[in-house]
Design a protein around this ligand. Structure first.
Ligand code: SF4
Ligand code: SF4
Length: 133
């Protein structure tokens, strides 16, 4: 798969740009509704995608050799589904043929987040949510 094809697998949900916590003992991931300040709330895409590590140095580039790290992604994420040898969901734009379907199906984070620019870092734990995973 070329890099462009790999990038096209992204469904545009924006869930990976939410802050999360990891249980050190179990490895369980807990998502919050606090999003990176560079996530465009309407499109659910990064407003500085190609230069994002200039803005957020620890923003990761998803690669096929991630192995166990795919667990950090939401269970709906196309990259995680591929790693787990599962099919894409009906609402995935590559399946539906409609870029809006990820939003229409209520999978994207559109309209459901707070920017980390507005949230005290120490209060982030109060924003743990259950609608991801
Ligand atoms: S969670 Fe996966 S599919 Fe959704 S925006 Fe992030 S990389 Fe793309
Ligand atoms: S820099 Fe962009 S891709 Fe990285 S977490 Fe923030 S919004 Fe998401």
């Amino acid at each position: 798969m070329s890099r462009d094809q790999w990038e096209m697998l992204c469904d545009g949900c924006g869930r990976c740009c939410l802050h999360k916590f990891e249980d050190e003992d179990s490895g369980e991931i807990f998502f919050t509704d606090v999003a990176c300040r560079y996530l465009d709330e309407e499109t659910c895409s990064c407003s500085h995608y190609n230069s994002r590590q200039t803005y957020v140095p620890n923003c990761l580039r998803i690669d096929s050799d991630w192995g166990d790290k795919f667990n950090w992604l939401p269970s709906t994420c196309a990259y995680r589904l591929l790693y787990e040898k599962k099919s894409l969901h009906d609402w995935h734009p590559l399946v539906s043929g409609n870029k809006e379907s990820v939003h229409l199906a209520g999978i994207s984070v559109r309209g459901r987040t707070f920017s980390d620019a507005d949230i005290n870092n120490e209060q982030t734990y109060l924003h743990v949510i259950e609608w991801v995973n």
